[in-house]
Design a protein around this ligand. Sequence first.
Ligand code: MN
Length: 204
Amino acid sequence: MFTLPELPYAYNALEPFIDETTMKIHHDKHHAAYIKNANDALTGLDAFSQMPVETLLTKLEDLPENIRTKVKNNAGGHFNHSLFWMMMSPNPKGALRQAQDDLGIAINKAFGSFEKFQELFTVSTLSRFGSGWVWLVLNKGALEVVDTPNQDSPLSEGKTPILGLDVWEHAYYLKYQNMRAEYVKAWWNVVNWKEVSDRYGRID
Ligand code: MN
């Protein structure tokens, strides 16, 4: 059984970049619904419902076929949002990213510079058609920017996400309407680089 993690900050903590109402609906309604639906789908399948969600998402093909899509969408939604809340901070101490940290060095090496990484990530958010996510992932030791449709998780493709941005309209429509680019621009202000760096450092 999955349970809804509490936000690590207040609903209004990311203002003015991400508004309070969006955060409240996004966490209390959308994320909660993914969890309810994942738990419903896995009822009676203890071998799967007891797994950490990260593990479950790497074993989708082992699930009974009639629930596979529902679990992919909803356990994926649960994992993706749990990560997303952690990737933002009202006091992003690492916002002035230290280029000498391991992640900074790896980003420079993979993309040429931090600015080029940001540009590539932003372009990916704008070219993702419809609902989905854009990620910075580690794929066989290499940093890559990838996007996924719906709630598909990079974990299911063997990639480890270390930063993710939700570009579903529910993530921004109340404040930014159809202006996804404005939302993405604002979001860079609340990226919790310390958490992203720590996560990168924890990967084996
Ligand atoms: Mn969302």
